[in-house]
Design a protein around this ligand. Structure first.
Ligand code: SAM
Length: 290
């Protein structure tokens, strides 16, 4: 079974400060790296709800965490359904929430899922494969203006119109490598990063409604935490980080919570050299007032 190296494990543990008898939710279980970290700190009365919207990742996580199953409830679900899910499970409030946003290494490296520029695959990019909207539908059926809007807003790509025009002219486009080639044809390579990286990010964010989901989480999490309960977030691009930072600041300003990370926490150079994918990670933590 594939595993995943959890990002910033010590810092996550320090801010989540797991109580052995507490109730926790890992909203982004992936293959279960952070869930294991939390589950290993639980004892009698302790419980972990391990959620993800990707059913396939959850299945692997169940196997990976087989030895900890007695304290873990696995559940397929999105950020936005957290409150309903707690109600259904009969949980009034949590001691802690972890959200390690974005795409998992597993999703990125499985060519079939269509997230990777480097691996030829179908233009899919859905984290929840029971949903209808795929990257291929956006690329082949949205208008040139809509596509340019997505690339500009979610990819922060200045030359969005040029890219969108090239995409529309080349339709139909069915595979990740074809899209990457078309984009590379109109964007000069300015660094070692592939020129289509921002376009792929933009499509992924649009397909999965990532920013809307995160905004919804920022609205609901205060109603899911006990007084003194904590949330720890890890984000991988500035659009996500801005949403979290603003929401945390507003809650602190209203006197309902304390921001625990005065400055954003980042992985150490040592961690980055062992796991280069962790480089952009930014961790923030907040505690509800007792
Ligand atoms: C970076 S990975 C998490 C890796 C995990 N922490 C580990 O240690 O293995 C992010 C995961 O969150 C899931 N995810 C992202 N946004 C989500 C959302 N809005 N609702 C539910 N799951 C989401 C993805 O499907 C993916 O599996």
């Amino acid at each position: 079974m594939p595993h995943h190296i959890p990002v910033m494990p010590e810092i996550v543990s320090r801010y989540l400060a797991v109580k052995p008898g507490g109730v926790y939710a890992d909203l982004t279980t992936g293959l279960g790296g952070h869930s294991r970290l939390i589950a290993e700190q639980l004892a009698a009365g302790g419980r972990l709800i391990s959620r993800d919207r990707d059913a396939e990742s959850l299945e692997i996580a169940k196997t990976n965490l087989g030895d900890r199953r007695e304290r873990i409830t696995f559940e397929k679900g999105e950020f936005s359904t957290l409150r309903q899910s707690l109600d259904q499970l009969g949980i009034e409030a949590l001691d802690g929430i972890l959200a390690d946003c974005g795409v998992s290494f597993y999703q990125l490296t499985d060519a079939e899922r269509g997230f990777s520029i480097m691996r030829p695959g179908p233009l899919d990019m859905r984290q929840d494969r029971s949903r209808e909207l795929t990257a291929a539908m956006i690329v082949n059926f949205y208008s040139e203006r809509e596509i340019a809007g997505i690339i500009l807003r979610y990819g922060e790509e200045r030359r969005a119109e040029r890219v969108s025009r090239a995409i529309v002219r080349a339709r139909p486009i069915h595979t990740t490598d074809r899209l990457a080639t078309i984009v590379a044809g109109v964007l000069p390579r300015t660094s070692s990063i592939h020129p289509a990286t921002r376009v792929f990010q933009a499509l992924r964010i649009a397909v999965n409604g990532e920013l809307d989901e995160l905004e919804e989480l920022m609205r609901v999490f205060p109603r899911c935490l006990k007084p003194g309960g904590r949330i720890v977030t890890i984000s991988f691009h500035s659009l996500e980080d801005r949403i979290i930072k603003t929401a945390f600041q507003q809650l602190a300003k209203s006197g309902r919570a304390t921001v625990l990370t005065k400055h954003v926490e980042r992985p150490s150079e040592q961690e980055i050299s062992g796991n280069p994918a962790s480089r952009p990670a930014k961790l923030r933590a907040l505690e509800m007032k007792p």
